[in-house]
Write a protein of this length. Sequence first.
Lengths: 831, 102
Amino acid sequence: MLDFQFICPLVNGIHARPATEIEQRAAKFEAQITIINQSKDSKANAKSVLSMIGADILLNDQCQFVFQGADEQQAYTFFKSFVENELADIDGPVETAAADTMQDLPLFLEKAQPQFLRGKAASSGIGRGKPVIIGKIDLHSVAEQYPAADSSENSKVINSAVLKTTAALEHEIEHADTDAKAVLDAHLAIIKDTQLQDTISKHIDAFNAPAVIALAGDEICQTLEGSSSSYLRERALDIRDIANRIVENIVGEKISSDLNLTQGSVLISEGLLTPSQLLALPKEMIKGLVMGDGGDTSHTVILARSFNIPTLTGVEQAVQLCSAAQEVIVDARAGVLIADANEMTNKYYQLEAVKQAKIEIRLAKFKSAAVSTSDQVELNISANIVTSNEILSSLEAGADGIGLFRTEMLFCERAVPPTEEEQFEHYKFVVENAAGKKAVIRTLDIGGDKPCEYMGLPEEENPFLGYRAIRMYPEYEDIIKTQFRALVRAGEFGEVSIMVPMISNLDEIKWIRNMLDVVTAEICADSNKTVKVSLGIMVEVPSTLYLLEKASSYIDFVSIGSNDLTQYFLACDRGNKNIANLYNHLDPSFLRLVRDIIANADQAGLRVSLCGEMASDPTAQPLLIGAGLRNFSMSASLIGKSKEQLCALNVSDCQALLAEAIDADNPAQVTALVEKFTAADQQMPIMCKSLIFTKQAVSSKEEAIKRLTDNLEAELRIPVAGNVEKAIWDREAVFSTALGFSVAIPHCKSEHVSQNSVSVMTLDKGIDWGNDTSIELVIMLTVSKDDSDDTHMKIFSKIARKLMHEDFRSSLIDSDNPESILHTLQETIAA
Amino acid sequence: MFIVCIAACPTGVAHTFMAAEALEVKGKALGLEVKVETQGSMGADNIITAEDLARADAAILAADVAVNDLERFADIPKIECSVADPIKHGDALFEALIKEFN
């Protein structure tokens, strides 16, 4: 027996690729070759890839090669040289997904160091649940679909399927490029691996051949999933891949499985989930959705939004991260997917939930009431929906009506268009539930970008400027007429507002007017009914600005589709990242266009609303009020917050602001103007009871700072808690603000602070503030960057001075009454 | 003995004033005359004048940022320290000062 020691030089350990390399070399020798991982007290057969993977050999693990048999000397010499000269270089770098630079990870989460991936938030919210990998096939349920067989039958069928799979892999390897070839080579090694064969033999008595493979796959994956290396855990996917391929060759057809969600789940998909896949699942069980692919405007994302499912897109390697996880968190606010959260990560989400609950309470009063500006101009805040039943949740969220019901979901993902009756039921449902509130239903907005097979629309190079919406209505008159009929019939149950997209000239308006008149006449003649129907158009093509006066003879209302209007007016594709900087509804020229459209619509006596993202943008809102907009339509989840913001505005101030904004040079200047305008709003007192907490149970410095900054956000003193939290930590990094006497004074002077504040927290027991300083009292000072007034600074300096006096400190530390602390502080300032 | 002092910290919001208070309180307790100029975020306050400097025996510059008009103190004995020092170790600071310059 011969042996030598070595230290694993591979960054990702001995995973499938290097194991394959070792296995190929070991196969040439007669001798038994064993690798002992002394660091993990595990050992592996060097002639089995799976065995080596299972030994969990990671970077810098202390290992030993052991050779025993006839040619052990040759094997020893060969491998000694291989380990010294080649091993370190046999594994190429593993590509990692580029970090998302759009948004920093929240500071508290960064400190918590969870296992995570970044993604683009496509539907907001935070959800957690069991990861369910879409496309991951449960072989056990596949096995149940086939008859039982005995072990000799199983053995025969499996042998033949393994041979077929091997042949297929070999064929693919011949045609594969380098990267794919490496993976396929590893797969080929797995299928030829003695451990796989041994494991299959072990389970050969199972119910039938697919069941044997299912059990063997599970057993091998279990070893891998127990590895401490995430890279090795990911390799379980390779095994599952191979197992699926073998089973497909056993049953002779493609296999798929119906997902049966029995508990709160997060759906993970490597590619894009189709809308029908999503629709087929029980919504109440879906706590989150993660896709490797899928833009903001995909139907799946639109659906996810409508069902309030937190969704991340563009998450690469999500399947690898989640396949071994018990629970994952989809945080579509921070744009992060977390597997098996640790204690501090859970703390983060617990604190976030507390903050959200406070904000919800604050917004509750706006949800149930109609709102007006501070100078009593009435406003209407409606909801955008994509499915009829969303009207119920929208009304609950405070919608004053439906400003946009997109009907495309009724038409897509199916073989034939919906019947008049089917559509009628949906439209009637919306109109009835609107119960006298405005319900705007948009007719089919479809083009080459939204495939509808039965329409046979040609694929276009530039679908947004092409054959879409109203432009194709004459060719598909049957389909459109059916939709108009269903809409008009719904008008019997309450007023229905029909809105037509993509209008660019008067002839189109005349065409739809005529269509509506014909249909209305037919329906009313049929049954002597009376219907209440109004007609309107989307304003998204800039030419409509000059059409409105003439259009008013044919239509009753317009709705500005600010998303498309922005891209058409500024000639920039909103999906093109290279010109994303151009696509901005705060562009001064665009603001001027919107102002003129609203003015022209008013003059023509047309009701005007706005249903794009601009409607819920807090920066755009004062400008829109200034432009004369009174009807807003947006995602239901944003209604409470928008109502709160809009209520605080005053029309004449907003008019002055808009005039300045239109005069600005660029969107950045507009943003700055609006920020200044908002900050000038009424000042809050620097201290108040809601900023004082006594005898709190707090586990760390991180928690104390997060709770105090979160509270400032809930109290509307800062717009985003995370930014101020960061500013506080930046200051702590210079040197700790705890300087003895059980007191810490975290503080910052930051552009992220809108209202100067003194926050106080006393603790039920001391916490470490760094450098072994125990703290019982936290006084946090948050100062606005452009605070030119010395009054508040004088207050801060007085408090700071006073903290040097023990009687003052102990009167704060000992108090369990926020009121009395406030009183003590106020006395200090007055002195 | 008359001591002139500067207190200045990075943000100029809190420690500048805590240090100033500590210097004044400790100095007084030791029977010294102390004048502290704060260089905080609202600018300098309680500025040390040429007259003060003419009769000052020593200076304490407790600062973690550059002190404005530092040249004023060129000709008098001084201790330079962190803004945290008077807050944390006020007694030791004055002890050292007295030992050095008295």
